[in-house]
Design a protein around this ligand. Structure first.
Ligand code: KIV
Length: 256
């Protein structure tokens, strides 16, 4: 899908959400962002492989069209290529996902080559890597150094040569992301990157207005579902307190 048509990708963590998104997306990502969005953690570092597998199984039950990717969590693949294979093989076998996403730079290239050679489709995640939030000093846009375009295009080409089926670039200044998209033959998915990317991904809760804690500059909100949920809960509470709900039409065995 490299080329003029754009690849549409959104995150999904549950079966009902996957069912709603599936027909509209090419790729559903079970992102480790679920640690922050669903579980209220401050970062993605505390997410376990068991949690990622359980949510991916749920998403698989709700999708029939999209390619589903599982995000390998912090600590599950960085130690060695053997550790990465063990955990990635388990993730593929138990979740049913069609591919995996791993965050990393030059140090990850050898692991990606090892995994791809053994039948595991990999999408490396470059640029801003949330699993490295402590090293990066926060969720800050990357690629402001003079040599950033050269550095990231070189890494991206190494990943491509290692067999990655696509790359994802997050939170990186536009000219650098554009240079990477133009330099590689496999698709580059962007998030806070560049319109020149071959596809775009966002956290679904961000486009729906369902994650009140923080909205990144790169997210676009298409609907205010948070406000709608709050209004519905208030209306329900008011009905229950006023004795208006349930009405007899919501009850069983009502005598006419
Ligand atoms: O975890 C995630 O949802 C991600 C996307 C933000 C790309 O990695």
């Amino acid at each position: 899908m490299k080329g003029p048509g754009k690849i549409v990708m959104l995150t999904a963590y549950t079966k009902p959400m996957a069912q709603l998104l599936d027909a509209h997306c090419d790729v559903l990502l079970v992102g480790d962002s679920l640690g922050m969005v669903v579980y209220g953690l401050d970062s993605t570092l505390g997410v376990s492989l068991d949690t990622m597998i359980a949510h991916t199984q749920a998403v698989m039950r709700g999708s029939s069209h999209s390619c589903v990717l599982l995000d390998m969590p912090f600590g599950s693949y960085q130690e060695s290529k053997e550790q990465a294979y063990r955990n990635c093989a388990r993730a593929m076998a138990e979740s049913g996902a069609q591919g995996l996403k791993l965050e990393g730079g030059a140090e990850l290239v050898e692991t990606v080559e090892f995994l791809v050679a053994r039948g595991i489709p990999i999408m490396p995640h470059i640029g801003l890597m949330p699993q490295r939030v402590n090293e990066m000093g926060g969720f800050k846009a990357q690629g402001r150094e003079d040599d950033a375009a050269k550095k990231w295009t070189t890494i991206a080409k190494h990943f491509e040569a290692a067999g990655a089926f696509g790359l994802l670039m997050e939170g990186t200044v536009e000219p650098v992301a554009r240079a990477v998209a133009e330099a590689i033959k496999v698709p580059l998915i962007g998030i806070g990157a560049s319109p020149a990317c071959d596809g775009q991904v966002l956290v679904t809760e961000d486009i729906l207005g369902l994650f009140p804690d923080f909205t990144p500059k790169f997210a676009k909100r298409y609907v205010e579902m948070g406000a709608a949920v709050s209004e519905a809960a208030a209306a329900y509470a008011s009905d229950v307190r006023a004795g208006k709900f349930p009405a007899l039409e919501h009850c069983f065995g009502v005598k006419k």
